[in-house]
Design a protein around this ligand. Structure first.
Ligand code: SF4
Ligand code: SF4
Length: 356
């Protein structure tokens, strides 16, 4: 998720220290400013468009190793850390991980809605807690998650976190299944003062067995076939976002997505994998994005970052157009200090909080 967020529950002094450190990293050149760390491969849900639950892995790094990895990420310039999985909140030591992350990064924690209420104490320090809800129709949402009761639990979780002052947001995944509901979902939650941003249904097209890991699973029902409907939706969200500041997607990003679904299928940006962003799996292995094989361990990142090997990989990724994962598009569009400046312009209110 790409947005500059404010800090609520940190003490003033540590908040200022963190903001100063982040602002300095955000304005540095040639750094991997965004990282997604999938700290576990375990999940308690069975979502129809996802592969993770089918390919779970008991192995994962310890909290101590993850903290060491986070020190390295900070050293190489990471500003924003997304903690994801599986469901990261299933880890018994997640409190320790979140606490460490939030002192160093703009931190977003993902949850499928089943765990966050139980982990509220740990989540108070997170800059955002993203809960996935794909429909306001209970039966439909539960069918997408393939877990009876998922909707009720997620709705209760969102209400509870919001009531507790935790910075919760709702993140529907836009697909053919809910294309016509996205505006309603957006209005429903933003009307309750709860921010919304989106994921975009995408699946892994690579047949490379060395791909770092697989997330998306091909499902014909989810693939957006109503391209005009998608273009219209993007246009509506662009308009809505002008007056609804709880929609945490920039106009620039929605325009880029809209252009993908236009007749020309325009894609006029270059991928910045392993340049502006990287992903880390549950074993601490790094790749530019999850579609490609891992290139090193997080612990070797400082030695590798300026290597010829990495420069060659960046050139390769630069010309890749293999996926439409929305976060990767966002990280590519908003890259480097210029990207942050453009983002600050788009999200001036949030940026002002950070720079204050
Ligand atoms: S989409 Fe998320 S919650 Fe659903 S099965 Fe995959 S990892 Fe679990
Ligand atoms: S476009 Fe970028 S993020 Fe997507 S598969 Fe290619 S290198 Fe990875």
């Amino acid at each position: 998720m790409l947005t500059i967020k404010n800090y609520g529950s940190d003490s003033l002094a540590s908040g200022i220290k963190k903001a100063a450190s982040i602002a300095s990293r955000a304005l540095s050149r040639g750094k991997p400013q965004h990282a997604q760390w999938l700290v576990t491969r375990k999940c308690n849900y069975r979502c129809v468009g996802c592969n993770v639950w089918k390919e779970q892995d008991e192995r994962e790094l310890s909290a101590t190793e993850i903290k060491k990895g986070m020190d390295i990420l900070k050293k190489v310039g990471v500003v924003e850390l997304v903690i994801s999985g599986g469901d990261p909140l299933l880890r018994p030591d997640i409190d320790e991980i979140i606490d460490y992350a939030t002192d160093r990064f703009i931190t977003t924690v993902y949850d499928n809605g089943s765990m966050a209420a139980k982990k509220a104490d740990a989540l108070h320090k997170a800059d955002f807690v993203a809960i996935s809800i794909d429909s306001l129709d209970e039966a439909k949402n539960d069918a997408i998650k393939a877990v009876p009761g998922a909707f009720k639990k997620a709705m209760e979780t969102v209400e509870y976190l919001h009531h507790e002052g935790i910075k919760v947001a709702v993140t529907p995944t836009i697909s053919q299944k809910n294309l016509n509901e996205i505006v309603d979902i957006t209005n429903y939650f933003t009307g309750k003062d709860i921010p919304v941003w989106y994921c975009l249904y995408s699946y892994d097209t690579s047949r490379d067995s060395n791909q770092l890991f697989r997330i998306g699973k091909a499902n014909d029902e989810f693939v957006i076939t109503d391209k005009k409907g998608m273009v219209d939706l993007c246009n509506r969200l662009i308009e809505l976002q002008k007056k609804n500041k709880k929609i945490l997607m920039t106009a620039k990003l929605m325009e880029a997505v809209r252009d993908l679904y236009n007749e020309e299928e325009k894609r006029d940006w270059k991928c910045h994998a392993l340049q502006n962003f990287l992903v880390i799996d549950h074993l601490g292995r790094i790749s530019g994005c999850h579609h490609h094989n891992y290139v090193c361990s997080v612990f070797d990142l400082p030695a590798k970052w300026n290597s010829t090997e990495f420069q060659n990989l960046r050139s390769f990724y630069h010309d890749c157009s293999q996926c439409n994962y929305l976060c990767y598009i966002a990280y590519s569009i908003y890259s480097g200090p210029r990207g942050y400046a453009a983002l600050a312009k788009d999200q001036w209110r949030n940026a002002r909080m950070l720079l204050r």
